[in-house]
Design a protein around this ligand. Structure first.
Ligand code: HEM
Length: 538
């Protein structure tokens, strides 16, 4: 009669018959009554009418009528797989996270996705890809909810509805599903130039991955890591595919998408089924945790900025292998719920204003997407750690909670001995100074640089990759109806690279504008190239 403990296998111990459905020698109703027939409704005579009395008919059709749940508001289209992560111990000096200590093996579930298309859209659209990983650690679930592009469109979560409304299909015609080929997207990114760096990545081959197995993943934000001694560093987190980073050309993407809209999900499932198990190294870029939270002049709290590997090399801290496909798409791929706030001791968030907003958004949206507050009980979301949360009741509650005192402190259910606390291995937020306490809707001056990283990325590419970028801007802007939008985007390109701007302008039949800011004088980062790139396979 002690405090309620939900076991890793959860409801199987709580409910008679467990959670496994569709078993047994007979077809039954949902209540377990045997069915003599499920092919004919109950009728008045062989020609009807059908009788309202037919409970089985009504139960079967009613359940079917409610089979669909809302698709994700973003990242609706995805494919997923189960895997295992093995740590090599290299992270032990910077984080106490148990799953990153030498030799630790942790089960994972990874969902790859496009961002803007609906659940039934094609895989090969030009778009950012989601790369979300759930680590079922014994300290609780850790979610790394990243993308295949290291920068983001906006610097503050309050603008997320704006960029997504601009990128989703036009409200009147519901076309197109690719993010880039329409006026609203280019209207937003040309008016809101902090989006230019991410837009540049979207015009590059990175937005057309060859396979989910050949994509990098990025945590995007800077996180704060803490080791056993209480020392902290700032870090960016990367996935590096062992197969190398490869893309389709635009022509290949269009052909593949037309012939097989499931191109990427088929590739992932087939590869795993055939034993060609995809692998990624997890790597850290580590920076000193200084009060300024900058590195080499780059504001680490600005999610539109990345740090070139030449300035901060990647340190591999472990490897993930995807080992099996989901056995039920809905139960696993559709119902999985990631959240950047699912953290374990040793990994904490920073004040990046985009990350701070995400900490609110995911739980909020999942309450509506998954029908109430109990979706952590869905098998794919259950922690592989004991859960003793004192949360009770609510829609879709499946646990049968024991005990009579779901509150703390209590003297009835064994006094609830499992208190949280640092000395008990609990998650304790790293104390961090709050620099300024004036309440204002503002941002740091360092967030005003909107172009230098787009320049850096573009100049790092090989000539063939640059040609693809020029062709992508020309094609996508060529689809805009409004000339003023094309001209405004050309004005942004002029601040990124004059030759790029001139070539796109020529393709559009428009004059190339002059820069309005000094174009950044940057060292290219060869690590950003894809052509000919392979990571060593150990
Ligand atoms: C879903 C990544 C920014 C709101 C997702 C998913 C990924 C992702 C990978 C799909 C998860 C899955 O497979 O189920 C990112 C990254 C971001 C970012 C890397 C920026 C660095 C934001 C922001 C917001 C937001 C700023 C809102 C303020 C959402 C929502 C979902 C989602 C509502 C749907 C979640 C669900 O229905 O389960 N994001 N996102 N994201 N994201 Fe983000």
């Amino acid at each position: 009669d002690g405090p309620e403990v939900r076991t890793p296998t959860g409801a199987a111990t709580d409910l008679p018959g467990g959670t496994v459905a569709q078993q047994g020698a007979y077809l039954t109703t949902a209540q377990g009554a045997r069915l003599p027939d499920t092919d004919h409704s109950l009728k008045a005579g062989p020609r009807g009418p059908v009788l309202l009395q037919d409970h089985h008919l009504r139960e079967k059709i009613t359940h079917f009528d409610h089979e669909r749940i809302p698709e994700r508001v973003v990242h609706a289209r995805g494919a997923a797989a189960h895997g295992e992560f093995v740590a090599n111990g290299a992270a032990a000096s910077v984080t106490k996270a148990a799953f990153l200590q030498a030799g630790a093996r942790t089960r994972t579930f990874v969902r790859f996705s496009t961002v803007l298309g609906s659940r039934g859209s094609l895989d090969t659209a030009r778009d950012t890809r989601g790369f979300a990983t759930k680590f079922y650690t014994h300290e609780g679930v850790y979610d790394l909810v990243g993308n295949n592009i290291p920068v983001f469109f906006i610097q503050d979560a309050i603008k997320f509805p704006d960029i997504i409304h601009a990128g989703k299909p036009h409200p009147d015609r519901e076309i197109p599903q690719a993010q880039s080929a329409h006026d609203t997207f280019w209207d937003f990114v040309s008016l809101h130039t902090e989006a230019q760096a991410h837009a540049m990545w979207n015009m590059s081959d990175r937005a057309l991955p060859r396979s989910y197995r050949m994509m990098q993943g990025f945590g995007v934000h800077t996180f704060r890591l803490e080791n056993e001694a209480g020392e902290t560093v700032l870090a960016k987190i990367h996935w590096r595919p062992r197969l190398g980073t490869h893309s389709l050309t635009w022509e290949e993407a269009q052909l593949a998408g037309g012939k097989d809209p499931d191109f990427h999900r088929r590739d992932l499932a087939d590869a795993i089924e055939s034993g060609a198990l995809p692998e990624w190294d997890l790597a850290l870029q580590v920076f000193p945790d200084t009060p300024e939270e900058t590195f080499e002049g780059i504001d680490l709290l600005d999610p539109t900025k990345f740090v070139p590997e030449e300035l901060a090399p990647l340190q591999v801290v472990g490897t993930m292998t995807l080992t099996s496909n989901p056995s039920n798409f809905f139960a696993e791929t559709e119902q999985v719920a990631f959240h950047p706030g699912h953290l374990v001791p040793g990994i904490d968030v920073t004040n990046d204003p985009l990350l701070q907003g995400r900490l609110f958004s995911y739980l909020d949206t999942q309450i509506s997407r998954l029908g109430g507050p109990n979706f952590a009980q869905i098998p794919i979301n259950r922690p592989h750690a004991d859960v003793n949360d004192m949360l009770r009741d609510g829609m879709h509650q499946t646990a049968v909670h024991r005990g009579v005192a779901p509150y703390h402190p209590n003297s009835l259910d064994g006094g609830c001995p499992f208190l949280a606390g640092a000395d008990l291995g609990g998650f304790v937020e790293v104390p961090a100074a709050v620099a300024e306490s004036v309440k204002e809707r503002t941002k740091p001056a360092s967030f005003d640089d909107h172009f230098s990283q787009a320049t850096l990325f573009y100049r790092s590419l090989t000539p063939i990759e640059q040609r693809h970028v020029i062709e992508a801007y020309s094609f996508e802007l060529g689809k805009c109806y409004e000339q003023a939008i094309k001209e405004r985007q050309l004005a942004a390109l002029a601040n990124i690279d004059e030759d790029l701007c001139a070539q796109v302008a020529e393709a559009l039949g428009l004059p190339a504008p002059a820069p309005t800011v000094d174009i950044a004088d940057v060292e290219p980062s060869p690590a950003l190239r894809q052509v000919g790139e392979t990571w060593p396979v150990s």
